[in-house]
Design a protein around this ligand. Structure first.
Ligand code: NAI
Ligand code: MG
Length: 357
């Protein structure tokens, strides 16, 4: 199989961990006989320095012509004082919009070898394995009006709008059901239907889509309860689907279940363009250039790409198993090591995973 992959390393440790994904994909290519062609593009602070914009048109073109996009992370103190439209994060928002990425997928699963670094008790998280599906292009973050005004008596008021079209709900909920069919066949749809009209429509839509997928069990949960259940009993979840704001909050909450930010990958899905894969962490300027960043989130993002964009299940499993094996052998970067444990650097971790593949 031959695939074209756009690579946007970005800033800070983004550049360091992206090397991990490339190395691992090359190892997969060699072992399984595939050809991956990488085209680099600039985004974020580096792009501002070189081109005066956080997302050059050329980068958008490269992404649109590729079969999938790998992104490191953007941002850093150097660019924090720039005006809003010239911030690295604008590049990220714009590429998501240009590629029409309507759903963000965040798998959270238990690794026995890193579980000790989780703030939760071992028996609570042991065996937890869930996928959070967050709607990414609608809801409160994009609804109009979103503005302040001042009444005649001089008091300020403000409005944000939670707006969804039915079709926007349908596509992300349908995706959740399709993914659940390949997993443990359960969808938990999270809403606030006891209060919000938008949530009542969300719930109805989930019921309709459920009829298309009789093998999958649908359960509704109110978002406040879901926030509690996620840490009280995370094992009850398989696929969790929700609108943009609830998903933003719950997916960050879910990500602490299994320890370090440096372990967690994500995928963003569109209707017909290339999908985008990135670790959930940022550019971590505090550890940049020190060879201590954990490259596993980025490497597992590449594994998600193999499975989701290219249907290469065997290859994705080879990457995931290599990660597991290396961790079980005792090799840890400092973010997932216990105090006093011996640690290895970014480059060594990449090398070990590559060699294991
Ligand atoms: P961050 O995720 O970069 O770092 C948070 C903490 O986790 C830091 O102490 C960092 O050292 C640690 N950490 C993160 N990734 C790690 C890894 N792979 N291995 C070991 N430790 C790791 O979030 P922070 O500090 O809030 O933001 C830093 C910059 O990154 C900001 O400019 C922010 O805007 C940007 N950012 C970018 C994102 C993206 O590009 N998708 C997402 C989040 C933040
Ligand atoms: Mg967030």
């Amino acid at each position: 199989m031959k695939k074209r992959i756009a690579v946007l390393p970005g800033d800070g440790i983004g550049k360091e961990v992206t090397k991990g994904a490339i190395n691992v994909l090359q190892a997969v290519g060699e072992r399984f006989g595939h050809q991956f062609e990488f085209t680099y593009g600039s985004i974020g602070g580096g792009a501002i320095d070189a081109h005066g914009t956080p997302l050059p048109e050329e980068t958008i073109e490269v992404c649109k012509k590729s079969d999938a996009v790998l992104l490191g992370a953007v941002g850093g103190p150097k660019w924090e004082t720039l005006p809003g439209h010239l911030r690295p994060e604008k590049g990220l928002l714009r590429i998501r919009k240009e590629l029409n990425l309507y759903a963000n997928l965040r798998p959270v699963s238990y690794y026995s070898s890193t579980a000790a670094t989780s703030p939760l008790r071992q028996e609570v998280i042991e065996g937890a394995d869930m996928l959070v599906v967050r709607e990414l292009t609608g809801g409160l973050y994009f609804g109009k009006p979103s503005e302040r005004s001042t009444a005649e008596n001089g008091e300020d008021s403000v409005v944000d709008t939670l707006f969804y079209k039915k079709s926007e709900m349908e596509r992300v909920i349908r995706l959740a059901f399709q993914l659940a069919e390949k997993r443990d066949k359960k969808v938990t749809s999270v809403d606030k239907a006891n209060v919000l009209e938008s949530s009542r429509m969300w719930r109805e839509t989930a019921e309709e889509i459920a009829k298309e997928h009789p093998a999958v069990k649908l359960e509704h949960m109110l978002v406040d309860n879901a926030a509690m259940q996620l840490i009280r009993n995370p094992k009850q979840f398989d696929v969790l689907v929700t609108e943009n704001l609830f998903g933003d909050i719950l997916s960050d909450e879910a990500s602490v279940l299994t320890g370090s930010l440096g372990m967690l990958p994500s995928a963003s899905i569109s209707e017909n363009g290339p999908y985008l894969y990135e670790p959930i962490h940022g550019s971590a300027p505090d550890i940049e250039g020190k060879n201590i960043a954990n490259p596993i989130a980025m490497i597992l993002s590449a594994a998600m790409m193999l499975r989701t964009s290219f249907n290469l299940d065997k290859e994705a499993a080879a990457v995931e198993n290599a990660v597991k094996q290396v961790l079980e052998s005792g090799s840890k970067t400092s973010d997932i090591a216990l105090p006093g444990q011996k640690t290895i650097g970014t480059a060594e971790m990449i090398e070990e995973i590559k060699a294991t593949i």
